[in-house]
Design a protein around this ligand. Structure first.
Ligand code: SF4
Ligand code: MG
Length: 324
């Protein structure tokens, strides 16, 4: 396994009390594999990713348990300087908002080139040539000219391509993309997602794709982990989930995807709101919103039951859910 997160716990100190953002998350991704991590905002998916990358703000965040194994070594035990090396060359992150991640006063060529001058000790001239190559690779037309432009001179979709180019510049083994297409138009979203998936396959990188939109992951992910209230509630190969979800929350997410064959039908929405993380409901944290909830759900926390060898569900009644 390239990356393995084991029983991770992260909390935040807030004025309201301790917010339990991540409560025993375990997941893994292999080289050449794409894991989609799905959930509403506040489900803990970004906090888990930030912990993996070593960019969690501490304080207010605090890692209270678990391991983050990257090629077998626990990143949580590394000193910040070693951590920074891993972060530059072995894993990279792509964020939703390219404009705030790019430096507005440096040309795109200088920013891409910096990856090679700083991390690879290349000359400026060679680094510039590599920057042009990278821009070609992420299919930005006219790379030789556009390398001299500033971030604000690019469209949102082109800027996100630049972010992808930066992330893969040093050919990392793992990329974490946190809502990489959420800010883009639907058609541009599909193109950027395709590009990301294609490069991931070519370079055999592990990819963790964080999203709230189950609609964007069907074609690109191998596995899905669905998060709710800082826990993984279902994990499975992508096709299994689309065929029959084993958790009512996943079912709700699936039924809220707009589909052509459901035209005119009202979209299903999961009722209610995600819980306040300082006061996570007793028993199954999803029970206040769950159409299948019964008494035991209010008292007993469901473990991640084994549905099949590659599949888990944190629902006491996963069999009923599969058959529904
Ligand atoms: Fe719903 Fe109960 Fe399953 Fe939780 S354990 S998802 S409340 S049926
Ligand atoms: Mg987020």
């Amino acid at each position: 396994m390239l990356l393995e997160v084991r029983d991770l716990h992260v909390e935040f100190h807030t004025r309201d009390g301790v917010a339990r953002a991540v409560n025993g998350v375990s997941y893994g991704v292999d080289a050449g594999e794409t894991l989609a991590v799905l959930g509403e905002s506040g489900s803990g998916k970004s906090v888990t990713a930030q912990t993996v990358m070593g960019i969690l703000d501490t304080p207010p965040g605090r890692i209270t348990g678990g391991e983050v194994l990257f090629e077998g070594r626990d990143l949580l035990k590394l000193k910040e300087e070693q951590r920074r090396k891993v972060r530059g060359a072995e894993m990279a992150m792509i964020f939703q908002d390219a404009l705030s991640s790019l430096n507005p006063v440096l040309t795109v060529g200088d920013q891409l080139g910096e990856m090679f001058t700083v991390h690879r000790g290349m000359s400026r001239k060679d680094a510039r040539a590599r920057a042009v190559e990278l821009m070609d690779r992420v299919r930005i037309p006219g790379a030789r000219e556009r390398v001299k432009q500033y971030p604000h001179q690019f469209s949102g979709g082109m800027r996100q391509r630049i972010m992808i180019a930066m992330a893969m510049a040093l050919e990392p083994k793992l990329i974490i993309a946190d809502e990489p297409t959420t800010a883009l138009d639907v058609t541009v979203q599909a193109q950027v997602m395709e590009l990301l998936a294609e490069l991931q396959r070519e370079l055999r990188m592990g990819l963790i794709l964080i999203t709230h939109d189950l609609g964007v992951v069907a074609d690109v992910a191998d596995r899905i982990a669905v998060m709710y209230a800082g826990r993984i509630v279902e994990t499975a190969p992508v096709h299994d989930i689309y065929q029959a979800p084993a958790h009512p929350y996943t079912r709700g997410l699936l039924e809220s995807i707009p589909r052509l064959d459901h035209k005119g039908r009202e979209l299903y929405a999961i009722k209610g709101l995600p819980p306040n993380l300082t006061r996570i409901p007793s028993g199954c944290p999803f029970h206040p919103r769950c159409p299948m909830a019964r008494d035991v759900c209010r008292t007993d926390v469901p473990p991640l039951y084994e549905v099949s060898p590659r599949r888990g569900s944190a629902c006491h009644f996963f069999r009923e859910c599969l058959d529904a």
